[in-house]
Design a protein around this ligand. Structure first.
Ligand SMILES: *[C@@H]1O[C@H](CO)[C@@H](O)[C@H](O)[C@H]1NC(C)=O
Ligand SMILES: *[C@@H]1O[C@H](CO)[C@@H](O)[C@H](O)[C@H]1NC(C)=O
Ligand SMILES: *[C@@H]1O[C@H](CO)[C@@H](O)[C@H](O)[C@H]1NC(C)=O
Ligand SMILES: *[C@@H]1O[C@H](CO)[C@@H](O)[C@H](O)[C@H]1NC(C)=O
Ligand SMILES: *[C@@H]1O[C@H](CO)[C@@H](O)[C@H](O)[C@H]1NC(C)=O
Ligand SMILES: *[C@@H]1O[C@H](CO)[C@@H](O)[C@H](O)[C@H]1NC(C)=O
Ligand SMILES: *[C@@H]1O[C@H](CO)[C@@H](O)[C@H](O)[C@H]1NC(C)=O
Ligand SMILES: *[C@@H]1O[C@H](CO)[C@@H](O)[C@H](O)[C@H]1NC(C)=O
Ligand SMILES: *[C@@H]1O[C@H](CO)[C@@H](O)[C@H](O)[C@H]1NC(C)=O
Ligand SMILES: *[C@@H]1O[C@H](CO)[C@@H](O)[C@H](O)[C@H]1NC(C)=O
Ligand SMILES: *[C@@H]1O[C@H](CO)[C@@H](O)[C@H](O)[C@H]1NC(C)=O
Ligand SMILES: *[C@@H]1O[C@H](CO)[C@@H](O)[C@H](O)[C@H]1NC(C)=O
Length: 396
């Protein structure tokens, strides 16, 4: 057998050379391609209240001088498009998919409509997409997984419907995912747990149902998890303790049941904890006192029972504390008087009783809502002096 091993590299070389020649002879995209794409966008804008595009996007100057457009200096191709807050009405033309070097597409606070053309899938360099507060509709395209460089995807305040595509789970660079305030339904995809760099996740104000997938607790970088005002059910998973960086958690306005897991109180970075308007039961765990960074705690409108733990006095950073509309019993712990940063306390609609002299050490700027309607709690005689001490009383 003769030595033919040199043939393979040679064939590869010839193949690569042929492709190169073909690529050169075809019309290679340049700044003119970008100009045509942007002019197509301009033509798809049906209303431009400040006449910005009409006056500024003129072919007499380079697109790199157009408002909202930035080019990279070395190769003169468009890299960012920022048309935020211009009140534009229109649709997105497929031509936008020709802006092959685009890294940032920022068009929030306009009135763009319709669904997204799949030609956008060619924008493989995109790192940042913001379509917030427009009127886009249709499904969130599964081809969003083409944006392998994507770090931030924000689509809130639109009319996207259908399910959250599982393909988003392959966007391994994603740090922010904001899909709230749309018409999304179905379950939170298990594949979201693949987003190991995710820091901010906001999916609420939709019709998402089912349980909170435990895979979510693989996203160890999560700092903000907002899943409020949707239709989630089941319990708050024990695995929440894995989110050691969590600072803001809002799961309010769902159908969550079961007890508040004590493991939650291992999330020591928590500053905001909102679990209100669910069907949580059991007591407020003693371990709540471990959350010394907490500034906002809201557990109202659940079915919590038992006494308010005196450990609540350890929440030295707390500003707003709302335990109203539960079935809490016993006396308000005197430790509440130690909450030196508090500005708003709401204990209404419980079965609390007893001494409230503890409030006297609280600043006179604090709103206290414990008293009205009187029949909902049964406080002692101190109430009238509380009213004198605290001119701002929140009686809703
Ligand atoms: C862009 O390429 C087209 C052909 O594809 C060419 O006609 C045009 O002159 C080029 N424009 C620039 C600015 O290089
Ligand atoms: C468009 O706006 C940019 C930035 O404000 C400005 O530099 C440029 O001169 C304007 N071009 C035209 C044609 O008005
Ligand atoms: C887009 O432009 C607006 C105003 O021109 C600016 O405030 C905003 O920071 C820009 N956003 C991005 C992502 O560049
Ligand atoms: C850009 O995109 C449009 C529509 O997707 C296409 O018709 C056009 O040929 C593309 N190429 C250039 C160079 O504009
Ligand atoms: C949403 O966009 C509209 C303009 O289309 C603007 O008037 C409104 O203030 C924006 N809302 C928010 C919350 O930014
Ligand atoms: C993406 O671009 C390639 C060539 O650059 C083209 O063949 C393909 O049709 C484009 N895909 C979409 C979805 O526009
Ligand atoms: C998520 O990761 C699992 C394995 O960890 C993999 O099987 C699955 O395909 C991934 N899903 C996506 C959408 O990337
Ligand atoms: C939570 O963390 C523990 C220990 O690091 C790990 O064994 C477990 O698999 C994690 N659970 C999830 C859902 O990520
Ligand atoms: C609360 O803190 C105490 C003392 O630091 C610790 O022993 C306990 O395990 C903590 N509990 C939780 C649920 O983190
Ligand atoms: C208290 O909560 C119940 C449900 O748990 C609700 O039906 C009722 O309207 C709430 N009352 C007030 C005053 O918010
Ligand atoms: C609250 O719990 C009590 C006792 O377990 C139960 O009778 C009641 O139906 C529950 N209320 C709600 C609104 O879940
Ligand atoms: C309130 O604070 C004072 C002084 O810091 C302390 O002596 C007292 O034990 C605290 N009371 C409660 C109930 O935590």
């Amino acid at each position: 057998m003769g030595n033919t091993s040199f043939l393979l590299p040679l064939m590869v070389f010839v193949a690569v050379l042929c492709n190169f020649v073909v690529a050169l002879s075809a019309e290679s995209p340049n700044i003119t391609t970008d100009q045509l794409a942007l002019l197509a966008l301009k033509a798809h804008v049906t209303h431009d209240p400040q006449n910005i595009l009409a006056t500024n996007w003129s072919t007499t100057t380079s697109v790199c001088n157009w408002i909202g457009v930035t080019c990279r200096s070395d190769h003169q191709r468009v890299v960012t498009l920022n048309l935020s807050d211009m009140g534009l009405i229109g649709t997105i033309p497929p031509h936008l998919g020709n802006l092959s070097f685009l890294t940032k597409l920022n068009i929030p606070n306009n009135n763009f409509q319709g669904s997204l053309p799949m030609e956008l899938a060619n924008l493989s360099s995109l790192q940042y997409i913001n379509f917030d507060n427009n009127s886009f509709s249709g499904e969130i395209p599964s081809w969003f997984d083409s944006f392998t460089q994507l770090q931030s995807l924000s689509l809130y305040g639109n009319n996207f419907f259908g399910v959250i595509p599982s393909s988003l789970g392959s966007l391994s660079n994603l740090k922010e995912l904001f899909l709230y305030d749309n018409d999304l339904k179905g379950h939170i995809p298990v594949a979201i747990g693949n987003l190991s760099n995710l820091k901010y996740l906001r999916l609420g104000q939709n019709q998402l149902s089912g349980r909170i997938p435990t895979s979510l607790f693989k996203c160890k970088e999560l700092e903000v998890l907002f899943l409020y005002d949707t239709a989630l059910e089941g319990s708050v998973p024990e695995e929440i303790e894995n989110l050691t960086r969590l600072s803001d958690l809002a799961l309010n306005g769902n159908d969550l049941t079961g007890r508040i897991p004590t493991s939650l109180f291992k999330c020591k970075e928590l500053q905001v904890l909102i679990l209100s308007s669910n069907a949580l039961e059991g007591s407020v765990p003693e371990e709540i006192g471990n959350l010394t960074r907490l500034s906002y705690l809201s557990l109202y409108r659940n079915n919590l029972t038992g006494e308010i733990p005196s450990a609540i006095g350890s929440l030295t950073s707390i500003i707003r504390l709302d335990l109203s509309n539960n079935s809490l019993t016993g006396e308000i712990p005197s430790a509440v008087g130690n909450l030196s940063s508090i500005q708003h306390i709401d204990f209404r609609i419980n079965n609390l009783a007893g001494i409230i002299s503890s409030f006297f050490s609280i600043s006179s700027n604090t709103c206290i809502s414990i008293r009205h309607p009187l029949k909902e709690n049964s406080f002692g005689i101190a109430t009238s002096s509380i009213l004198d001490e605290h001119p701002i009383i929140d009686i809703i």
